[in-house]
Design a protein around this ligand. Structure first.
Ligand SMILES: [Zn+2]
Length: 1097
């Protein structure tokens, strides 16, 4: 390939870089040797051509309006909404009972806050030095040194402490069996008043810092004691900050205003060790000394861990009861908010090795300057230990969550396509890594040294270019593969199956026409939709029509193939009843071009619902259907996708026949794993054949009862497909959700017949993979199909030393067939730092990605281990991670403190969400199919999806001014954050609830629901009336916007406070104790602390 530009010397990476004018597709597409002009690759990027905006005629888009029971994914058998055993009385105020707080064994009476100096982010330096977080947790945990004897609801002004208890007896009282399940009763979440709860107020970030906040209050109401007894040396807040360089500061203290904590009914009292002789200073959170609040009505402080400042003992004061304050423990909302404020405004430029990207919850633009965008790859840590010993010590999983075909926002360019002509992509001769910005050109540009294996390779003459004085090729910035983190190569025929360029892929629609499918209206709805949807099959670039061919099969116990050849006046049906030996009865006319056969296809889709309208056939087959689709693709010599619409357990006599083996009695036994395993190996075998053919299977399930999702989802899972489940499908209630998912699924761009390989520089290698794919060996991830929503999570282990200077490199190469039939390679490169200090590891972790990995690890674990073992493993690993930090990175401090690394301070709360998720700790209402369904969904989720799935977003709707159209700031997912005078939206990527408080103003009810009172609102409503007022429009707009952010349509469920449905809603308030026994956040943090202490002792 001749590139004649002689670019002027260009700045190295990390410097401002010239605009990539030279990369515009036109300059590549027309080069010699280019067989195809791969002009704009916009299909991955832009919105699909206006389909959503123009619903096809004839299909009612009218939303269902009845108030039928919700069909959420977490729903039981049809119509089941009975959660009646749960109380409905104490809705707004959280758990109504105060449970005894039990002391952790070995707690020390002193818990002075750890100070951690702010590092590396001068913009957020606090005037008084010590940064937030570690200390704040410290303080809170110190607050958990609670006596076993509790005076529940002791009056705020009184001496609320239980009688002092010795440590020994206290520790004996802790139900310490090591069983996670044994502690949740240990502590009750604090009780908060719904109104005026501090947590519902915006963080006090803007309040100017005041030096005066050091000063203890001179007089006034009841004070909190300092948690310190006599000050220990070095524990004074007034002293110099303890050196703890491994904290990245968080931008602003999460300091909840002191004085706001005591307003609720008191919870567990303070530990008995704190005698009242100690002055009750105004305590500040984590040394932030900062945000103070105007009038401080109470002097209670949530931060008992903070030492008395300086040494000015005040007069003894009566001590109020103290409760655990959830506001003092790390808040996901605050972390998300801080990151948005700090990192949302600047583009994330990828030129620097080892940069931790903004959180997935932050909106930011990415500029590719040599490393793959975080939209393609996110890592658990961007600074990895040099040695395996260090890695083992820290126990931080080293993993990357890769989404090779991720969709990008319109502002970001899709990867450029590079065409090297017949010679194909340039690669290292030894390790086969692809040319990338990290390859070192040597010997005047005649050779290059591989950055992965160090092999020296010759540069082919046609690729030769001179080097500048820095050793960089002068054309580096004209070539995507030398300057960008992500790009594509056109593949040569060597990269194609059977050394033949592929044909365009095909879509086959396979429709269950058994009794249930007909009766529910599904078949009619689907056929009607397909008539128009087929005009919107994925296209590439500026193509006028899609290259994808389509075919149709219907089935119950037998299969019906349709000839829809354009020359026919009417479609022809061919029945195959020998499902034991599936074959495709016709080749010509089965897979057709949509435009050419439009009339015949429309006729077929009109006729199908009529043909089977009177069917009495209730039995279905399943495996033969997939087999048939796969054989059809094989006969047509192309890759493709099967869209299966299926309703029931396939009990008809045929290969892959299943029986109902659902057994809830297996839950919490060693045999529970069998519920997640397929009941026959037939589907794995079938999946393998599908993968070999590049046949991806998307499964739409419409079950009325158990269908064995664990078995039916095997083929979709192993072929890179998707599973959708609509329990108890009814057209009027569920059509919007189903059609929305279907449209998106059919239109989305897919890479077919793909193989993904992750190469790494010497020292680490990819050892484990999670996702929807098949692996025939230890390195190649085979994906019959891969769409822009699917991720593959890859774990790395050391096989040698790394070094700080070179860092570590990843290169993900995805070979695939585009939807136009073009064979391509998409390359993503990412350079990470390496460290010899554990502190560097802990400073560069990303908790959201860690959780993504840990959830996938655990969800795979349930296939082979008892669920309890899986949970314990997660807890142990998390404790080890945090204990290692404490031991090696945190400054010396009292063992009674929990110290969390800044970037992992949400690890406990998020991990707890994983532990109490339906897969790992199912509630009574969760079905076996639900668990299997969620399990396989999570397996392919990206980091943003797991983040919101495990910790749902809860948005108050009427707190902010009605004119304010931006998304309201979220509140923590806890019942105490709900005010009964307000309305909230809750979403987790799959479910969407609108919770209405019982005391919501009448005007609000009228504006939103069009009825005059709360009692007239229909519980379970799934569509809000469209009303001509500001609030209604705002809420509708917000719902639309939330839906647009997610890959699956979220059906709305209106939940009224104190209504039966509320139990379902509360399931998603993940900071609270769950009905299935899941711990509250506070309890779990306490438990983690105990685990850590055990590891350290
Ligand atoms: Zn190499």
């Amino acid at each position: 390939m001749n590139v004649n530009q002689s670019a002027p010397p260009v700045p190295p990476f990390g410097q401002p870089q010239p605009v990539y004018l030279g990369h515009h597709q036109s300059s590549y597409g027309g080069q010699p040797g280019s067989t195809t002009a791969p002009t704009s690759y916009g299909a991955y990027n832009g919105p699909v051509p206006g389909y959503q905006q123009t619903p096809p005629p004839g299909v009612s888009r009218a939303p269902p309006s009845s108030g039928a029971p919700p069909a959420s994914t977490a729903q039981g058998p049809c119509g089941q909404t009975a959660y009646g055993q749960f109380g409905q009385g104490d809705v707004q105020n959280g758990p109504s009972s105060t449970v005894q707080m039990q002391r952790l064994p070995g707690y020390q009476p002193f818990g002075s806050a750890i100070l951690a100096p702010v590092v590396s982010q001068p913009a957020v330096l606090q005037p008084y030095g010590p940064p937030p977080t570690s200390a704040q947790v410290t303080a809170q945990l110190a607050g958990m040194q609670i006596s076993g004897t509790v005076a529940p609801a002791s009056p705020p002004s009184g001496l609320g402490y239980g009688p002092p208890t010795s440590l020994a007896s206290a520790s004996g009282s802790f139900p310490n069996s090591g069983l996670y399940g044994s502690y949740p009763q240990g502590q009750a979440p604090p009780l908060g008043q719904a109104q005026g709860h501090p947590g519902t107020q915006p963080p006090q970030r803007s309040v100017p810092l005041q030096a005066s906040s050091f000063t203890p209050p001179a007089s006034g109401g009841p004070r909190m004691p300092s948690m310190t007894g006599p000050l220990l040396p070095g524990q004074s807040f007034g002293g110099p900050p303890v050196s703890q360089p491994n904290h990245v500061s968080s931008p602003a203290p999460q300091a909840l205003p002191p004085g706001t904590q005591m307003t609720g009914p008191p919870g567990p009292p303070l530990p008995p060790m704190h005698s009242s002789q100690q002055p009750g200073y105004q305590l500040q959170q984590n040394g932030s000394f900062g945000p103070t609040r105007g009038p401080q009505s109470n002097y209670g402080s949530p931060y008992p861990g903070a030492a008395a400042f300086g040494s000015q003992p005040g007069p003894p004061q009566p001590l109020p009861a103290k409760r655990l304050d959830p506001d003092a423990i790390p808040s996901p909302i605050q972390v998300i908010e801080d990151d948005r404020n700090n990192r949302g405004s600047e583009p994330f430029v990828t030129g620097v090795r080892g940069q931790v990207p903004p959180l997935v919850t932050t909106n930011f633009l990415v500029k590719d300057q040599g490393n793959a965008s975080p939209r393609y790859i996110r890592c658990t840590s961007y600074n990895i230990p040099c040695t395996s010993d260090m890695a083992k010590q820290a126990q931080v999983p080293l993993a990357a969550v890769i989404k090779p075909l991720a969709r990008l926002p319109p502002e970001e360019a899709s990867p450029y396509v590079v065409d090297h002509g017949e010679s194909g992509p340039l690669r290292c001769n030894r390790c086969k890594a692809y040319m990338c910005p990290f390859m070192q050109f040597v010997e005047g540009g005649r050779r290059f040294q591989c950055c992965f294996c160090s092999c020296i390779n010759d540069v082919p003459p046609q690729y030769f270019q001179h080097l500048d004085h820095t050793g960089k090729r002068v054309d580096a910035y004209d070539r995507p593969e030398l300057s960008l983190g992500s790009y594509e190569f056109l593949a040569t025929v060597d990269y194609c199956k059977n050394n033949k360029f592929p044909s365009p892929p095909a879509f086959i629609f396979m429709i269950d026409v058994s009794y249930n499918a007909i009766r529910s209206g599904l078949v009619r709805l689907l056929c009607e939709e397909l008539k128009s949807l087929l005009d919107f099959l994925p296209r590439e670039g500026g193509a006028e029509e899609s290259a994808i061919r389509v075919g149709f099969v219907t089935y119950n116990k037998v299969l019906h193939f349709y000839n829809v050849k354009s020359s026919l006046a009417q479609p022809q049906m061919m029945v195959v009843s020998d499902v034991g030996d599936m074959f495709v009865p016709l080749l010509d006319g089965f897979l057709v071009n949509v435009n050419e056969s439009q009339a015949v296809i429309t006729s077929l889709l009109d006729q199908i619902p009529e043909m089977f309208a009177d069917t009495r056939e209730t039995e279905t087959v399943f495996a033969p259907v997939i087999q048939a689709g796969m054989e059809a693709l094989k006969a047509a010599e192309c890759a493709g996708k099967l869209f299966l619409f299926h309703t029931s357990l396939p009990i008809a006599e045929a290969p892959g026949k299943l029986k109902n083996r659902d057994d809830r009695k297996l839950i919490n036994t060693d045999k529970e794993k069998t519920l997640f395993q397929p009941q026959t190996g037939a589907y794995q075998t079938l999946a393998k054949e599908c993968v070999a053919q590049g046949c991806c299977v998307d499964l739409f399930l419409f079950p009325n009862q158990y269908v064995d999702v664990a078995t039916l989802s095997v083929v979709p899972q192993l072929t890179g497909g998707s599973v959708y489940k609509y329990a108890c499908f009814q057209v009027e209630n569920d059509q919007e959700r189903f059609l929305s998912d279907l449209r998106r699924d059919v239109q989305k761009v897919v890479g077919f017949d793909a193989v993904m390989r992750v190469r790494t520089s010497t020292g680490i290698r990819a050892v484990d993979f999670f996702g929807a794919f098949y692996m025939n060996n230890t390195t190649d991830v085979e994906l019959a199909g891969l769409d822009g929503d699917k991720t593959v999570t890859v774990e790395f282990k050391h096989d040698d030393r790394l070094n700080e200077e070179n860092g570590a490199l990843l290169q993900c190469a995805l070979l695939y067939t585009s939807c136009a039939g073009q064979r391509r390679l998409r390359i993503h490169n990412l350079a990470l730092n390496c460290c010899t200090q554990l502190a560097d590891l802990y400073r560069n972790c990303e908790t959201d990605t860690l959780i993504n990995y840990m959830a996938k690890f655990a969800y795979r674990g349930v296939l082979s281990s008892p669920v309890k073992t899986v949970r314990d493993t997660l807890i142990t690993q998390c404790a080890q991670i945090l204990a290692c930090y404490r031991k090696n990175c945190a400054s010396p401090s009292s063992a009674g403190q929990l110290i969390l690394p800044e970037c992992m301070k949400l690890l406990p709360v998020y991990l707890n969400c994983v532990l109490k998720s339906d897969v790992l700790q199912p509630g009574a209402e969760v079905t076996t199919d639900d668990r299997a369904y969620v399990r396989q969904l999570v397996t392919s989720m990206d980091v943003a999806e797991t983040n919101v799935f495990f910790y749902p977003r809860l948005l108050p709707l009427t707190k902010s001014p009605i004119e304010n159209t931006t998304e309201p700031p979220a509140v923590r997912a806890s019942e105490e954050r709900l005010s009964n005078g307000d309305i909230y939206l809750l979403e987790n990527g799959l479910n969407l609830f609108l919770w209405v408080g019982a005391s919501v103003q009448q005007g609000v009810v009228q504006s939103l629901f069009g009825v005059s009172s709360f009692s007239q609102i229909t519980s379970g409503l799934s569509v809000l009336p469209v009303l001509d007022n500001l609030l209604s429009k705002k809420v509708q707009g917000l719902i639309d916007s939330l839906r647009a952010q997610r890959s699956r349509y979220m059906k709305l469920i209106v939940v009224k406070q104190e209504d039966k449905l509320e139990t379902l809603f509360k399931h998603f308030l993940v900071e609270d104790k769950s009905l299935s026994g899941g711990a509250s956040y506070v309890d779990f943090l306490c438990h983690m602390h105990k685990e850590i202490r055990q590891l350290l002792s």
